[in-house]
Design a binder for this molecule. Structure first.
Ligand SMILES: *Cc1c(COP(=O)(O)O)cnc(C)c1O
Ligand code: SF4
Length: 347
């Protein structure tokens, strides 16, 4: 089973009754996201042949892109770096040795359903399989989300594990994208985690502030500020153009609320594998009060080989970034190695 079976369309757990109009609006954006490659190509004035290929190769990880994100793509440009992240290409069907369905050892790190524990002091909860966008290079594109918890009640086992392990001071909400869950659900999870005395921080890994910026609404800010846990939000931007328009306001709301903001990017061929693009991304992040945290070497997941950048080239790019930007604006270039005690530093 793949990520798609859990998208907002098919999972009743994340389509609650609308409460306030603002919250309805981000959920409307999810419902209104583009799933049909023909429509995507029409919106961007691209040849229909691309759409036909996309439909043919997408398989069980279909196109999924919100209109707020598509609005930042350049019409008529097949090589647009934002488009490349979402458009299924025939390249995905290449069977490349070394690429696998679980490249980072998530299976072996699963402690109980939905709880991954790889590193000392922090564990990661796979809260949902739903995302606001389907990134073609996603390392969890083949993750068995269906086996994981779906509702707050089903978290009991994971919470018991966390309670029993006094070394865990930080819990990471991941997915999928945890901000695809409604605030009531997230707040309940945060409340239960806050009741565990040794848990001190709550980290959220999300693309929502960039993909559907209206997700950063008053209710989200309120529960983030209201929890005893120190919140940390890690966004995922790969290109400076993702940090435009309403995304700027969403990040400002989080920063104004005092939430530390970090960014992780993936080094992607044809998206951000050149010095000017990376430098602009990092500077733009810092201008928006987001610290560039990680630049990931691509995880070698089946279907993503065409995004891979040679490690030597990555190393060179990061060294050159270092001679251009303030030290804090240069991300750590890392690779995830199954079984290692941390991400592996490459530069
Ligand atoms: C990447 C990852 C983390 C976070 O690692 P940091 O270096 O703290 O950012 C934690 N748990 C799992 C399972 C991960 O894959
Ligand atoms: S990279 Fe993140 S947002 Fe993109 S599909 Fe994967 S889990 Fe979802």
């Amino acid at each position: 089973m793949s990520i798609v079976e859990n998208t907002v369309n098919s999972s009743p757990a994340i389509v609650p009754p609308a409460r306030d109009p603002r919250q309805a609006s981000w959920q409307d954006s999810v419902k209104d996201a583009v799933r049909d490659p023909v429509e995507l190509c029409r919106l961007l004035s691209l040849p229909n042949s691309l759409a036909l290929a996309a439909a043919r190769v997408a398989g069980n990880f279909p196109l999924f892109a919100p209109r707020e994100y598509i609005a930042r793509m350049r019409p008529g440009d097949v090589g647009d770096p934002l488009l490349r992240q979402v458009l299924p290409l025939e390249d995905e069907q290449a069977d490349v040795p070394g690429f696998a369905s679980d490249p980072v050892g998530d299976g072996a790190a699963t402690r109980t359903a939905g709880l991954l524990h790889k590193y000392h002091s922090r564990a990661l909860m796979v809260t949902t399989g739903a995302c606001a966008v389907h990134c073609r290079y996603c390392f969890r594109r083949h993750f068995p989300y269906a086996a994981g918890p779906k509702s707050p009640a089903q978290w009991a086992e994971a919470l018991k594990e966390i309670s029993a392990d006094g070394t865990l001071s930080e819990i990471i909400l991941s997915g999928g994208d945890p901000l695809m869950l409604v605030d009531a659900h997230l707040q309940e999870l945060a409340r239960r985690l806050a009741a565990i005395p040794h848990v001190r921080r709550l980290r959220i890994h999300t693309r929502l502030p960039l993909m559907i910026p209206s997700r950063v609404d008053d209710a989200l800010i309120a529960w983030l500020r209201g929890t005893r846990l120190t919140p940390v939000v890690v966004i995922h931007a790969n290109h400076a153009r993702e940090l435009e328009g309403p995304a700027v306001d969403a990040l400002a709301r989080l920063a104004d609320a005092g939430v530390p903001l970090l960014n992780q990017s993936v080094l992607l061929r044809g998206v951000n594998d050149d010095l000017d693009t990376l430098a602009e991304l990092c500077e733009r992040l810092v201008d928006l009060r987001v610290i560039p945290y990680y630049l990931h070497q691509l995880d070698r997941v089946t279907g993503a080989a065409h995004f891979e950048v040679d490690e030597k080239r990555g190393h060179e790019l990061v060294e050159r970034l270092r001679s251009r930007l303030p030290g804090y604006a240069v991300p750590r270039y890392v690779r995830e190695t199954a079984g290692a005690a941390s991400k592996t530093l490459l530069a």
